[in-house]
Write a protein that binds this ligand. Structure first.
Ligand SMILES: [Zn+2]
Length: 926
């Protein structure tokens, strides 16, 4: 018995696929697809599943279309996260143990070995390969490598030599995100929270309190003239600290931060916040002002003290007003200092009152603050008594003045918080010295990337703007780390190249990965790679034959056609790789295209391994079958849209595959003679082929499935309904099955392989030729006739529901010829408003009077409702409706179980017959 058993299909296919997707240069046109390689520190979830299945569907599609397809995979093990994981496992950290033992289901004996970080990545790399294989992902596994392989390190050294020689690697001091627990800079991938936070440069304005300074951080030093008070939090603890030998009063948190930013900090004593309230401080540029209490002051934001400028800062304005409502500090008035078009004397007051904002917690406060900030920066001018300069000029001048004369310092801080490291520690800003950077700020380098970006295909097109923006704002990137796995930095071997800097041109390494490992890594000098990748000759190259073979591979496969990755990598990886490519490779080897994915949701919430909100891919495959997982992930959204995994929906996908399986088995051996309905089925099939092909060519997996699955399924259901009672269908069904299996093979390859064998198809369906539509099989007449029947059946059904009687007969009345004439005239007319006048010029038509105008109106409405392609077909050549219905009479009588009469409307005595229109006969049920 041939039962629907996805598990069995998987087993059968895996056996045949073992080496099937290994791909070598050939005479065929190549198609090289790559996807960002995974960092294997945990189990794969269904979100990862989509990342690798989308390119797989595309790879399978192009393979069937006769291209030589390469889809390789490797593992990125560079960096520190895995070291942190292994430390936490060694310490028996309950959260980590829970994640790895209970969620990722790592057996205890393997978990015990995770105290060696390399064991973790080795374990999960082979898990990844196993699960990807189980999902039917058609990878050339011979090319698998990890980023700590010695040959890969040699490749990275070569890459960096070129970056260095091009002047893109520089050394300097720089503020970076830093984890003091890991004692390492923190990359985007090392963050639990706060990946959008940027490091901002603040000026510390130093107010004097007795012998001590109170620093307040600001982005608007020019507003010093309008300071009316400081804010301190009475509920927190401040410290008196010696900072570079001077006494400062700051929050405890600030003391630690300043020590990371080139200051010597020595905490001397604690001061309760309430002790600072109502003290008077002074600054030469604003005189004496009091310190007022404010709960909103965050000790973890810069110095933990804030200067207040109520005339220009909405927050300060409201906070002061609230305090004054309690009857205190009523003598304080906002002090304006900037004139800005569009606002009154006190802009903050203006904005708050116009916005109808009554309290500090109003959600519009942030946008209001931003609005005034921008307006004053772009159009504001300081009052004449403060120098009269535009804000954009005065800001930098006053900051410089304060630093030179009034003891101000610079402090770096994040613009949003919290920023949390994977280890759970709060990330801080540290100034690193002797830090190596990739100089992404270089305008010449940026221009090279922008120019190439203009030549690339980006999918979906709307991501282009985001790429352009990223290239624009990208700043220098700290490219080395002290701790972690990876390649040693050639100019300072105490440092390692960090993960986002050693993963930019490895797509070129795949082309040679399976061959280069045959060569002793010690022989892999930069000259060797210069030869392989750039064709540069040098004397005494080792292993010449092998190098030539690798050069050939590279020349064949490169540049890659498409790189696939999630949209959150646009701001780093996907853009970085372009910077590196333009430096190292010649123009004809630069990337051709990128496809950017949306994110994965699980039951409506963002998937996140660290938060435990994931469904493991392996569980999904064993619960539902690999084909089900694939079809669900491809069918629920287009790749660039976010998708939502919901088990109940996945179950219905499995039922769809089962229906497909059963329909193919029922149909494939039919032997009847073909009739018009077969010609209809095959005619429709041609457009499903075309539309599926178009959709996959433009990466629309969902649209492709709509056509390839639902489009054909609906046709087949109608076909079966239309067959004579005792018929199983004709031998054309075999053709349909053959096409259908192939159209679905990229999506559900396991089921497709099984059915292909059932159909006695040649070889593997994975390599079978992709169906091509045959225009000669397209029959518009038959499609139109069938459309007329199915629309009439629908109409009869809905009338039957309405009238609620047991029918004794059905009469279908067909519109007279003159109505067809009207229909044609309107359908062909460019201006449907004046066409009635034209019609009335005809004597016969005019004589019918109101009958004509009514019919014209009704035809106009009908034409608007019908799909344009049907109107077009009807206009080019009307069909003989009488013949169509006569031929379908038996079918209609069987469908409805009553006699069906087909009449000319004009010979009918029934009043309703007069409503008959072309393509919409009048229906009378009695
Ligand atoms: Zn950390």
């Amino acid at each position: 018995m041939n039962a629907f058993d996805l598990g069995k299909f998987e087993e059968e296919a895996q056996e045949k696929w073992t080496h099937a997707f290994e791909s070598n240069p050939s005479d065929l046109e190549k198609c090289y697809l790559t996807v960002a390689y995974p960092y294997p520190s945990g189990a794969m979830h269904v979100g990862h599943g989509r990342t690798y299945i989308v390119p797989d569907v595309i790879a399978r599609f192009w393979r069937m279309r006769g291209k030589q397809v390469l889809y390789p995979m490797a593992f990125h093990v560079t960096g520190a996260p895995v070291i942190g994981i292994s430390k936490r496992i060694a310490k028996n950290d309950p959260r980590t143990i829970h994640l790895y033992r209970d969620l990722y289901k790592v057996p205890q004996n393997v978990l015990d070995e995770f105290i060696d970080p390399l064991t973790i990545v080795r374990h999960f790399a082979s898990e990844y390969q196993r699960v990807m294989t189980a999902c039917g992902i058609s990878i050339d596994w011979r090319r698998r490598f990890t980023t700590v392989d010695p040959t890969y390190s040699k490749f990275i050294e070569w890459q960096w030599k070129h970056l260095f020689e091009a002047g893109h690697v520089i050394k300097g001091a720089h503020p970076v995100r830093y984890c003091t627990v890991d004692d390492n800079p923190v990359g985007d991938h090392d963050l639990l929270e706060g990946d959008k936070a940027e490091v901002i440069k603040f000026t510390l304005v130093m107010f004097q309190l007795g012998d001590a300074f109170i620093p307040t951080a600001t982005l608007r030093p020019e507003t010093i003239y309008g300071v009316t008070n400081l804010w301190a939090n009475p509920n927190i603890t401040y410290v008196r600290a010696l900072v570079d030998g001077c006494t400062w009063i700051i929050s405890l948190e600030a003391a630690e931060k300043l020590s990371l930013q080139d200051h010597t900090v020595e905490v001397q004593e604690k001061i309760p916040g309430r002790d600072l309230i109502d003290k008077t401080v002074s600054h030469p540029l604003c005189g004496k002002v009091p310190i007022l209490p404010a709960d909103f002051v965050d000790p973890d934001m810069a110095s933990g003290l804030v200067m207040s400028v109520p005339a220009h800062a909405p927050f300060d304005y409201i906070a002061l007003r609230d305090l004054q409502h309690t009857g205190k500090y009523t003598q304080i008035k906002p002090v304006p200092l900037i004139k800005v078009e569009g606002y009154g004397e006190i802009p903050a007051q203006d904005a708050v009152e116009k916005g109808g904002i009554t309290h500090q917690m109003d959600s519009r406060m942030d946008s209001l603050t931003q609005e005034i900030y921008s307006a004053e920066f772009s159009k504001g001018k300081l009052f004449n008594k403060y120098g009269g300069k535009p804000v954009r000029v005065a800001r930098d001048e006053i900051s410089a003045l304060m630093i030179e004369r009034y003891a101000s310092k610079i402090m770096y801080e994040f613009d949003t918080r919290p920023v949390v490291c994977r280890c759970g520690n709060k990330v801080k800003v540290k100034i690193l010295h002797d830090q190596w950077f990739l100089k992404y700020s270089d305008p010449v380098w940026k221009t090279q990337v922008s120019n190439h970006l203009g030549d690339m295909v980006l999918v979906p097109p709307e991501v282009r703007l985001e790429f352009e923006r990223t290239v624009d704002w990208l700043k220098d990137w700290a490219c080395t780390r002290r701790v972690g796995l990876g390649t040693r930095f050639p100019w300072d071997t105490t440092q390692l190249i960090e993960p986002l800097s050693d993963s930019t041109i490895y797509m070129a390494y795949y082309t040679i990965a399976h061959k280069i490992r045959e060569i002793d890594s010690r022989l892999l000098t930069p000259e060797v790679f210069d030869f392989i990748y750039l064709g540069k000759e040098s004397p005494e190259l080792p292993e010449r034959k092998k190098l030539e073979a690798m050069r050939k591979e590279f020349l064949y496969w490169y540049p890659y056609n498409y790189r696939f990755s999630a949209k959150d990598l646009i701001s780093n990886h996907l853009t970085f790789q372009l910077f590196h490519h333009v430096t190292i490779f010649p123009k004809d080897k630069l990337p051709l295209g990128m496809v950017v994915f949306g994110m994965g949701l699980l039951n409506g919430a963002k998937m996140s391994s660290s938060k435990g909100n994931v469904f493991l891919l392996e569980d999904a495959v064993s619960d539902f079958g690999a084909d089900t997982v694939r079809m669900f992930l491809m069918g629920s959204a287009e790749p660039w849209q976010d998708f939502d995994w919901r088990n109940e929906l996945v179950i219905s996908t499995k039922k769809q595959i089962e229906r497909f399986f059963n329909m193919v088995l029922e149909s494939k051996d039919a032997e009847g003679e073909p009739h018009d309905i077969d010609r209809w089925l095959i005619s429709r099939l041609q457009s499903h082929i075309d539309r599926t092909t178009d959709a996959l060519t433009s990466f629309q997996t969902r649209q492709a499935l709509q056509e390839a699955y639902f489009g054909i399924e609906t046709d087949l259901k109608w076909y079966r309904r239309r067959l004579a009672k005792n018929s199983d269908g004709s031998r054309e069904l075999h053709t349909l099955c053959s096409v259908w299996i192939r159209l679905l093979a990229p999506f559900i390859p396991f089921t497709a392989e099984h059915l292909w064998k059932e159909l006695a198809g040649e070889g593997l369906v994975s390599f079978a030729p992709w169906p091509v539509a045959d225009e000669k099989l397209v029959n518009n007449r038959i499609e139109l006739a069938e459309e007329l029947i199915s629309r009439t059946v629908e109409d009869i059904e809905s009338i039957r529901k309405l009238i609620q009687i047991t029918p004794k007969s059905i009469t279908i009345s067909i519109a007279p010829a003159w109505k067809h004439e009207i229909f044609l005239l309107i359908a062909k007319s460019d201006d449907r408003t004046t066409v009635i006048k034209e019609i009335m010029k005809d004597d016969k038509m005019r004589r019918r009077g109101k009958e004509t105008t009514d019919a014209a109106k009704q035809c106009t409405t009908l034409i608007h409702r019908l799909p344009p392609n049907i109107v077009e077909s009807l206009a080019s050549k009307p069909i003989n409706e009488m013949a169509v219905f006569e031929a379908a009479k038996i079918f209609l009588e069987e469908e409805f179980g009553v006699p069906v009469h087909i009449t000319e409307a004009e010979s009918s005595e029934h009043a309703k017959a007069a409503t008959a229109l072309p393509f919409k006969p009048a229906i009378v049920i009695e």
